[in-house]
Design a protein. Sequence first.
Length: 573
Amino acid sequence: MDLQALRSKYKAERDRRIRPDGATQYQRTTGEFGYYATDPYTPRTEREPLTDRVEALVIGGGFGGLLTGARLRQAGVGSIRMLDEAGDFGGTWYWNRYPGIHCDIESTVYMPLLEEVGYVPKWRYAPGEEIRQHAVAIAEHFGLYDDAVFQTRVTELRWDDEAAEWTVRTDRGDVMRARWVIVSSGTLTQPKLPGIPGIESFRGHTFHTSRWDSGYDLAGKRVGVVGTGATGIQVIPQIAGTAEHLYVFQRTPTSVDVRDNRPIDPEWAANLEPGWQQKRMDNFLAVVTGAETDQDMVGDGWTSTPALQRTFLVGTGSGLSDEELEEADAVKMDEIRARVATVVDDPATAELLKPWYRYMCKRPGFSDLYLQTFNRPDVTLVDTADVGGITRMTENEVVVGETAYPVDCVIFATGFEVGVSGVVSGTLPVYGRDGLPLLHHWAKGPRTLHGFYSHGFPNLFHLGSMQNAASVNFVHVLQEQAGHIAAVVAEAGKRGVQRVEPTAEAEESWVATIRETAPDTFTFQAECTPGYYNNEGRPRPVSHSYGPGPVVFHELLRRWRTEGGMDEVLWNA
Ligand code: NDP
């Protein structure tokens, strides 16, 4: 394999996509573009502001929040208020309801609490609606609707040391009180649009995939879909055949590997032993992160590429030299490019659909329908790479270079603003003991113990990958986080204390651990084609996750809980 030639090809393909405006090329879905982020699923209801008190308040009704709510309930916490901007539970599965939506992680390891709720998924890769309904089932099972408030955004968290409670203000005028606050507001939540010149002048119908307009009939319409990421490759085959003509505006092709979705065998499901799901989740996590295991229970496109994934997620420990890793990557990408050539009839179109970058430069995709779509006469692939994306929009056209495509409807499958919680971005101000703003405490970077909590900010927990762990199956990471937080809250109950926070020394020591172990993914990402993974071609030099990976981290947390770690926390009455 001529790696030098491949490197040059990857570099040339990257260079023609790099834009000087980097991450600022996008249009926020606020102000006159607020329509693109408006909830089309639940009509807004008015209510009186709340001024009550709950034991725990969980910000976010996705799986992170639901898992935390469930574990707090199991730990005996009385009143739990779940709060979300959406109209119901589900998080990303509430918002994303486009035709064809599925989770590309196997349902048996992705959908949490299956055994607790008594459910076995119907499909190996579950449709979004089944996952959304499972989120609702978790909420019902654990009584999480009881004090829930929806369509509400938290605008401020302020610690009241005298009462040992948080005051929680919202955009509904609420001034609620809560002993414990848990922030699980997720990543990739705010839809974004490309900053296409003239986008505001388009007079046809238009919406974002995460706010699907099911009232609009695509039949007989000329439809343009912008974006061919993980969302695009799922929705495009569903629109093809309904629309009179479908134009797919592509800037970078996704790598599209075999999907092989099929119903879950009822006989297999009937013979599952108690504890089966945790075992399967642990096995998947071990395999994809390269931990010791001699079995691969899931056996799919994720579990067959662990070394390649580690270039992005952990960065070390693949057991391969850089050159061996690059070769393995090239073999995989060659296989994916060869599949395009086999499936797509028109050689010119096939050429445009071939991904020229390393495997984890973009989120890998899986589909047995997507590439086939381009063999249809009513589907046109419009490649925009040479002109850096769509050139402009007019009242009724999408223009690429000099060519105008008249359309009735434009659907943006253009992704989301990159994932930091409002706490980190500053849109949700947090004031701790003595009114100290959290972002002052974090002025030189985040400071936490295990990613969960900070000194001076009692009883406040964060979920997410920052100074914690990450995995392609992020729900597994969230489940561990939820269990850990609930264990600390339960310990406070046992000790009869009201205030819990890490000591300054424990926090400092964890910050140092992260500094020492955080993976170096910078070099890899700097050579990648632009996208949200590498901040549009300008990767951030510092990574904030725990280098040895989630399996080691979860074991570290377990030992911390049982072998005296709890003494690193201040327990104050
Ligand atoms: P992405 O950000 O991954 O994709 C956005 C797409 O829009 C890209 O193809 C991008 O091209 C394209 N685009 C942006 N600007 C322009 C422009 N000016 N002209 C033309 N094209 C443009 O968003 P997705 O919604 O696809 O996915 C986001 C994430 O959501 C995924 O990475 C994944 O984490 C998650 N997801 C998970 C799924 C699952 O099954 N688990 C399913 C769907 C999503 P370019 O690449 O060139 O920037």
